[in-house]
Write a protein of this length. Structure first.
Length: 268
């Protein structure tokens, strides 16, 4: 469980990006989100962001010296991740303030900048792992995996929150189902490339297939897909219970997948 802090940090940071962009986009295009609901969701982003930062520091040997990491911004993707993620959280805080002030034009303007910075932060996070020393990580799949997590968890989290508050009905299934389909295609391509790659990559695939978490991830992925498909074809299934259950199941699925990402990595 040494990598558990990294699992939590990467999942939460990616959820935050997808969730912030979803909230901003719905507010900008659809409207109908009350000040109270938007403020509560935005505050929840800040809480999750704070938790992600605290948990990430547990992975460091000397957490009190974490600030030194930004000194290598010019050459280190880790430094860039820290700087851009910190800036992203700062912009979320500013957006939260504008929700509190009920200043729609300013919070929508901040959304453009925050979304861009958040994308760069997740890109930087993925690049940390794309290293030749670990063949299973050194591919575009790592980028796909990180951004697909954002697209799956973030919008569904916001949709569940809106459903709970009965504030603005969003048929999020029409967005999530295509992402689920792409995720499945990417996974098939990824494991095919591992089996055709270096011995270390082949071994990583074997370890993954032999792990109980892999099959639990498949089961949870299919269960969440089934719920969202039902909600897509029948509006009666677009409820608090369905969106919340689908989010919880997908969160478990993505967390299991991220655990396997770290656990089955084989160095050259």
């Amino acid at each position: 469980m040494h990598d558990l802090p990294l699992v939590i940090f990467t999942i939460l940071s990616q959820l935050l990006l997808g969730g912030f962009v979803a909230l901003w986009w719905i507010d900008r295009k659809k409207g109908g989100i009350s000040k109270k609901t938007g403020l509560l969701i935005s505050i929840s982003f800040l809480v999750l962001g704070g938790i992600s930062l605290l948990v990430s520091m547990l992975h460091l040997g000397q957490p009190l010296h974490a600030y030194r990491a930004i000194l290598n911004f010019g050459v280190s993707w880790l430094s860039r991740e820290i700087v851009f993620y910190g800036a992203f959280l700062g912009l979320i805080a500013l957006s939260t303030w504008f929700w509190y002030k009920d200043d729609a034009p300013k919070r929508r303007a901040i959304g453009w900048m925050a979304s861009f910075i958040g994308v760069v932060a997740i890109f930087s996070s993925a690049k940390i792992y794309m290293i030749p020393a670990i063949p299973a990580w050194d591919s575009v799949n790592t980028l796909f995996a990180f951004f697909l997590t954002s697209l799956l968890l973030g919008p569904l989290y916001v949709a569940a929150c809106l459903a709970i508050k009965r504030d603005s009905a969003v048929n999020i299934s029409g967005i999530i189902i295509p992402v689920l389909f792409v995720s499945a295609i990417v996974a098939v391509g990824y494991f095919s490339s591992l089996n055709a790659g270096l011995p270390e990559a082949v071994e990583a695939a074997k370890l993954t297939f032999g792990h109980v978490f892999f099959w639990a991830r498949i089961a949870t992925f299919l269960a969440a897909s089934g719920l969202l498909l039902l909600s897509y074809v029948n509006s009666k299934w677009r409820s608090v219970q369905i969106y919340s259950a689908a989010f919880a199941i997908l969160l478990a699925s993505e967390s299991l997948g991220r655990f396997l990402f770290y656990e089955t990595a084989i160095h050259l």
